[in-house]
Design a protein around this ligand. Structure first.
Ligand SMILES: *Cc1c(COP(=O)(O)O)cnc(C)c1O
Length: 388
């Protein structure tokens, strides 16, 4: 049986896949089983922050795998400790809690927010307000947190205590009550269509959270670690959330998720409040340490911004592109007509790996992509749209 047949027969059918089996990759290029080359502007949904098999990243990860690959969380370990120190030195956050994915990072943030409120106000103050068109993960609780009705099916009963606001401050305020403990937002909604929240709106949420002692959680699973041209996206909004979660790009291709909190929440979690067997894995954290060391550089981040602006400008020159939006190298493309998924499938056939978000095409290229590679991506997309 070949790969596609094995997949169809033995893997639960939770994904509609593109008709390609990827076997290897280098930089921004992937190769399928027949040796066909693809330019990848999806990075495995923003995960391969430095592209495929970046040399420094491979060296960091393989060296750690050959040193010690796992110990339980009952022991101290240098890789996660130095990663946590790095993150808390580069940001205003004071403590980190490790997990293995974006959904888990959000679960942890939800637990921190609810326990903060429980400790201070008792058990009835536990509601969390999230936004319409958000996406926060696939566990039963993070599906609940996700403000899209299509995700609230089949798996009843869902976790209680979530309300969904429109992205305006009056809608948020109308849902706040004595039961509210937190507001959860993606500052740029990724899966929901690369929707950038309005800066005034975000600042009003921050103010409201201060007034009512609500925990402001920013889900930076997709926007974090340089994707939007800042180390973290909240920097674009001149606010500091109380909690942020991050995952996708952080490990450079290995599974990691974490949440970080400010001083106010630093002592909320105590022994046995949370845990995860695989969390803080040293091999994964060695990869993340390498990613953070590379990405936190001022020049690197300003290049991400410049490349994002360049990409958007070039995309707008394509006939058939209606509008382009996003921050840094997180870019959504609205088409005049034609189904985005259909165009994405055709792009893949033409050698460009691209994804969608709602009715938009979405690009999340490796953060170190070159201008020439961006040109090539635009060229393939242009050609694909012209072919219709
Ligand atoms: C991808 C994503 C998640 C879920 O992350 P997983 O690693 O798939 O669990 C949560 N929030 C946002 C904003 C995401 O983009």
């Amino acid at each position: 049986m070949n790969t596609k047949q094995q997949d169809k027969q033995y893997i639960m059918h939770t994904y509609g896949r593109y008709d390609v089996a990827l076997k290897s990759g280098k930089g921004c290029y992937a190769f399928d089983e027949d040796g066909k080359k693809y330019l990848d502007v999806s990075s495995g949904i923003g995960v391969n922050a430095l592209g495929y098999c970046d040399e420094g990243w491979v060296e960091a990860v393989t060296k750690q795998a050959a040193t010690i690959q796992h110990m339980s969380n009952y022991f101290y370990s240098p890789q996660p400790s130095s990663l946590a120190e790095k993150l808390c030195t580069l940001t205003p956050f004071k403590k980190v809690c490790f997990g293995n994915s974006g959904a888990e990072a959000n679960e942890c943030a939800i637990k921190v927010a609810r326990k903060y409120s429980f400790d201070k106000y008792g058990e009835d103050r536990n509601e969390i307000i999230s936004l319409r068109d958000s996406f926060h993960g696939r566990t039963v609780t993070t599906l609940s947190a996700t403000g899209q009705d299509v995700f609230h099916n089949y798996f009843f009963p869902f976790t209680e205590g979530f309300k969904y606001a429109q992205p305006d401050i009056d809608s948020v305020k109308s849902l706040v009550s004595d039961k509210t403990c937190a507001i959860l937002v993606e500052l740029v909604q990724g899966e929901g269509g690369v929707n950038i929240l309005d800066k005034d709106f975000v600042q009003s949420i921050r103010k409201l959270c201060n007034e009512r002692d609500l925990v402001l959680i920013a889900d930076e699973v997709q926007t974090g670690v340089g994707r939007t041209g800042k180390l973290f996206c909240y920097e674009n909004f001149d606010i500091i959330p109380d909690l942020i979660t991050c995952a996708k790009g952080l490990g450079g291709g290995l599974p990691i998720g974490l949440c970080m909190c400010t001083e106010k929440l630093a002592e909320v979690m105590q022994p046995s409040s949370h845990g995860s067997t695989f969390a803080a894995n040293p091999v994964v954290c060695a990869g993340a340490n390498y990613i953070i060391d590379t990405v936190c550089d001022e020049n690197f981040l300003s290049e991400v911004n410049k490349k994002g602006a360049y990409l958007k400008e070039k995309l707008l020159e394509i006939k058939g592109v209606k509008s382009v939006r996003g921050l840094g190298l997180m870019v959504g493309i609205e088409l005049d007509d034609g189904d985005a998924h259909d165009i994405a499938v055709k792009c893949v056939k033409n050698g460009l790996l691209i994804i969608t978000a709602k009715h938009l095409l979405r690009m999340l290229p490796p953060l170190n992509i070159s201008y020439a590679e961006l040109d090539e991506a635009v060229e393939i997309l242009n050609k694909t749209i012209m072919e219709g």
